[in-house]
Ligand binder design. Structure first.
Ligand SMILES: Cc1cc2nc3c(=O)[nH]c(=O)nc-3n(C[C@H](O)[C@H](O)[C@H](O)COP(=O)(O)O)c2cc1C
Length: 271
């Protein structure tokens, strides 16, 4: 029998190896049983009020996949043209997927989430309903990505699909009703090479014991620096510790400690 320590080790192997991979080996396929096993992991995701406020369209037909690819090629062109400085990559890699999972959020199920009894509390609960819906979809996508990894496959998590234009294109192609929106799209494939790592900040910077620790608050200047010049490396490089990047000095500049040590904010100012 496995011990909790064994279980944790195995879980963490999958959690750490789950990666957003945007290159797949071509000419491969997997059995529907494998895809259904992955969908089974989605079925067990937690959702607000156990509303199960999602459906999953699995595209494994080559003809439909080509059409989904066309939708996403147009989506990434819009991103390149209209999203300010975002390091988008072309979605042509989706041609090599063994399947594409499209997670549809069913907005009608926000009816199951807490509702205000009086107008005075309407905003309080309405705004949170949307968060509950999206957080539920996040759990579904996470379960899918973990199951994909455990099956020896790899995937990406595309929020592209949720934009109005892309969602309308996907709806026209896949035939889902207007109440549903493609909040998460997960291209799944056979890894071309192993990308085991990605930049992460230190655990000790992320965790606050019992109370928010101001020295861990990442200053606005660092966020601006990330968006300006680090994001494209943090998203795509296969190295966890940014100190190990050969161009670490150049990339991290004056914010190196904030990226790589527990103390992001030695001055402890919170504004
Ligand atoms: C809500 C959400 C939306 C994302 N949207 C996209 C996307 O549209 N395209 C993409 O290539 N990656 C997308 N990603 C993947 C992130 O870029 C990726 O998780 C992050 O860079 C960390 O890399 P890792 O997943 O390999 O650890 C998204 C991730 C999340 C959680």
């Amino acid at each position: 029998m496995s011990t909790p320590a064994d279980d944790f080790q195995r879980l963490m192997q999958v959690v750490r190896r789950r990666r957003s991979v945007r290159r797949f080996a071509g000419g491969r396929s997997v059995a529907r049983d494998v895809l259904l096993d992955i969908a089974e992991a989605a079925r067990w995701a937690p959702t607000g009020a156990n509303s199960q406020c999602f459906d999953v369209v699995i595209v494994d037909d080559a003809g439909v996949r080509e059409k989904v690819l066309d939708v996403f090629l147009a989506q990434s062109n819009r991103l390149i043209d209209h999203a300010k400085g975002f390091p988008a990559v072309k979605k042509s890699y989706m041609a090599n997927t063994v399947a594409i999972f499209i997670v549809l959020a069913d907005e009608r199920w926000t009816a199951a989430f807490p509702k205000a009894t009086t107008a005075a509390w309407a905003d309080e609960y309405a705004a949170n309903n949307e968060r509950i819906l999206l957080a539920s979809i996040g759990a579904v996508v996470q379960n899918i990505q973990l199951a994909v990894t455990a099956q020896g496959l790899t995937s990406a998590w595309l929020s592209g699909g949720g934009e109005d234009q892309t969602n309308a294109d996907l709806r026209a192609l896949l035939g889902y009703p207007a109440a549903l929106r493609a909040v998460g799209t997960i291209p799944v494939g056979v890894p071309e090479k192993d990308v085991a790592q990605r930049y992460r900040r230190p655990l000790a910077q992320m965790v606050h014991w019992n109370r928010y620790e101001p020295e861990k608050f990442r200053p606005q200047g660092m966020i601006d620096h990330y968006v300006e010049g680090v994001r494209q490396f943090a998203m795509y490089r296969g190295v966890e510790d940014a100190n190990a990047w050969e161009d670490a000095d150049k990339r991290l500049g004056p914010w190196r400690d904030a990226y790589t040590t527990p103390i992001a904010n030695p001055g402890r100012k919170l504004d």
